[in-house]
Design a protein around this ligand. Sequence first.
Ligand SMILES: Nc1ncnc2c1ncn2[C@@H]1O[C@H](COP(=O)(O)OP(=O)(O)OP(=O)(O)O)[C@@H](O)[C@H]1O
Ligand SMILES: [Mg+2]
Length: 263
Amino acid sequence: MKLAITGKGGVGKTTLTALLAQAYADAGREVLAVDADPSPCLAGALGFPAELREKLHPIAEMDELIEERTGAKPGTVGGFFTLTTRVDDIPERFSILHRGVRLLEMGSVDLGGSGCICPESAMLKTLFTHLLFRRDDVLLLDMYAGVEHLGRATVDFVDAMLVVVEPTRRSLGTAVQIKRLANDIGLMRLYLVGNKVRNRDEEKFLEQEASEIPLIGFLPADLKVQEADRLGIPVYDHVESLKLSALQITEKINALTSDEVLE
Ligand SMILES: Nc1ncnc2c1ncn2[C@@H]1O[C@H](COP(=O)(O)OP(=O)(O)OP(=O)(O)O)[C@@H](O)[C@H]1O
Ligand SMILES: [Mg+2]
């Protein structure tokens, strides 16, 4: 099953990705979590210890690897480089496993048509497509805000896109924009997750206003989320209410996707 997690900046994409990753791993699933944010922070949210985090580097910043695989120096535009570069060994070589979650940091990836024609962009696109073709049990993609960077390959292989929203009109407005953009490129299966929800009124607000996209769950607002960050421990371990909500969301996702043949 392949899920892309998106939404407006700061709504809780990384928090949700980390929660779902640990929930699936604890359920015995094999999880590959991909941090596709230019400033990666999924490792922190997953509570990777410092010695493991030191070993993680975004693929987008691995100049030597990019040059070795494409035959061209990153940052160069034009000239010749190999587009059919080998990437199948990259996920295993450069990801780090901790508590059942394998984490790969991609760095900034532009999969849309607007990206530069440079070696690093070509290699990341190839790697991303490779990830989508792989038969991972559970693949979670922590995207950066918006979907402009998503290309056709994503659409064909992502089973669903989760759009995280806060109980605000602004955040719902972004969700609707994301839906339009996703629909434009053919991705129809989008689900909303309400985050930082403080009370029943906020839940009702999201239920009423979210009519365009099915709402599959809520994560409560909890100051312990920031505390977990300060203490360097995963939200999953520190905030029981969010863990329980995340477990419910995984059940909902499983039910929604079980009637289809998902590898
Ligand atoms: N349920 C919650 N309750 C309280 N605070 C939360 C909750 N979820 C997330 N936060 C806080 O909101 C901030 C943003 O969360 P997070 O990094 O998960 O969002 P994001 O969408 O990944 O952000 P970005 O767009 O920068 O990648 C963090 O400081 C996090 O601690
Ligand atoms: Mg994030």
